[in-house]
Design a protein around this ligand. Structure first.
Ligand SMILES: NC(=O)c1ccc[n+]([C@@H]2O[C@H](COP(=O)([O-])OP(=O)(O)OC[C@H]3O[C@@H](n4cnc5c(N)ncnc54)[C@H](OP(=O)(O)O)[C@@H]3O)[C@@H](O)[C@H]2O)c1
Length: 352
């Protein structure tokens, strides 16, 4: 095989927004699969804000400001084996199999590093269902769709006529969370920036969207949610979350999905009083999608496929070309300059 095995390693601990120079593009030896392993070629990789959270922090920084990865490590995409394939952040094609369940050419999901060729235990890969596009496997029908679905179905549980607010509404998870709430008959208000503001209203059918850079989010929420917020789906934490928190209705539900505003933080944010949680009988609940795969992934896929077939679920993907552009793209994603779900293309897609 004459293809190169490119990979990205961590060159230094970023301070604030990651820079290209925090990473180094290297060529690694081609892995040789051991008995029970499968060598696959990565075709697409999901870019996720949480990748920032795992990077090393400044020397001596408390854990929330520094992740578990070390300088010199390969960048992680998803959760490494032995986690199941759907927790990996890559889709690809089998090159060589030493595992009975896989043959050369199978399309798979799994892996875990920013690396073109990976040899992993076969039990940590999933075969893609026939007819699933590779990009869908990383978006609508994959982890991001499932995150949105878990948050909305298990915690948000929007009812017809309720007001739902979704932050990072034009992002990978927010796009889907808002459309699920619309499908449930709720009134949905997004919070986003850039051209995503128009997109979620015009293309995804949200009732309105606040541009968090162009207007005061608190004033806009007062205008758009005069009777308060029944469900707040939080992807960002920080000031945006506090603005929504102050406007919750009695028995409101806050879905704590992510804290994107904090991932570049160099100081810990300060909190807010939780007294309204008691007074308003709020439910504030965090969740981690990995807890729900075994029980709910099949239900999610069935519902999502039906919504897609009924034309009730749209999705926007921004494709980045190659690892060399991935660090800059990660920084753009963290700043909100993405145009929907970001994926990195690492090789030709045989399903195109
Ligand atoms: N709970 C789970 O199991 C789970 C699993 C995967 C991911 N997550 C989390 O889910 C969240 C959404 O993930 P995603 O992949 O869909 O990312 P995303 O929404 O595509 O990207 C993050 C977005 O957050 C917004 N943002 C960034 N900094 C902000 C700030 N200071 N204040 C307000 N908004 C800010 C930006 O959007 P705008 O500029 O458009 O507002 C940015 O594009 C992330 O926090 C992620 O870590 C949770």
């Amino acid at each position: 095989m004459d293809a190169k095995n490119l990979a990205v390693r961590i060159a230094r601990a970023p301070s604030g927004l990651p820079q290209r120079s925090d990473f180094v593009l290297v060529e690694e030896p081609m892995p040789v699969p051991a008995e029970g392993e499968v060598l696959f070629r990565a075709i697409y990789m999901s870019l996720d804000p949480s990748m920032r959270r795992k990077l090393p922090g400044p020397e001596g920084a408390p854990v929330p400001l520094g992740g578990t990865q070390q300088i010199g490590d390969l960048m992680i995409a998803g959760v490494p084996p032995p986690a199941r394939g759907y927790m990996g952040g890559l889709v690809g094609q089998v090159v060589e199999s030493r595992h009975a369940d896989f043959v050369q050419g199978d399309l798979v999901q799994g892996g875990c590093w920013w690396q073109t060729f990976q040899s992993v235990p076969g039990h940590s890969l999933e075969k893609l269902a026939p007819g699933t596009s590779l990009s869908e496997a990383l978006g609508l029908l994959g982890q991001h769709g499932f995150v949105a679905w878990c948050g909305m179905r298990n915690i948000g549980a929007a009812r017809p006529g309720e007001t739902v607010v979704v932050s990072a509404a034009g992002g990978a998870i927010g796009m889907i969370a808002g459309q699920l709430a619309k499908a449930d008959g709720a009134r949905v208000i997004g919070i986003a920036s850039g051209d995503k503001v128009q997109y979620v209203v015009d293309e995804l059918g949200f009732d309105a969207c606040i541009d968090r850079h162009a207007e005061d989010v608190r004033v806009a929420l007062d205008r758009l949610c005069p009777d308060g917020i029944d469900v707040y789906f939080d992807n960002v934490g920080g000031d945006v979350m506090l603005a929504a928190y102050d406007r919750m209705t009695d028995f409101g539900r806050i879905v704590i999905c992510g804290m994107a505003s904090e991932y570049n933080a160099v100081e810990l944010p300060f909190g807010a009083s939780l007294r309204p949680v008691l007074r308003k009988r709020l439910r504030i609940e965090g969740f981690v999608v990995y807890d729900h795969y075994e029980d709910q992934f099949a239900d999610f896929q069935a519902e999502m496929r039906a919504l897609i077939a009924a034309g009730k679920m749209k999705y926007r993907i921004e494709v980045i070309d190659g690892f060399e552009h991935a660090p800059d793209a990660l920084a753009r994603l963290l700043e909100g300059r993405n145009k929907g779900k970001m994926i990195v293309q690492l090789g030709s897609d045989p399903t195109d």
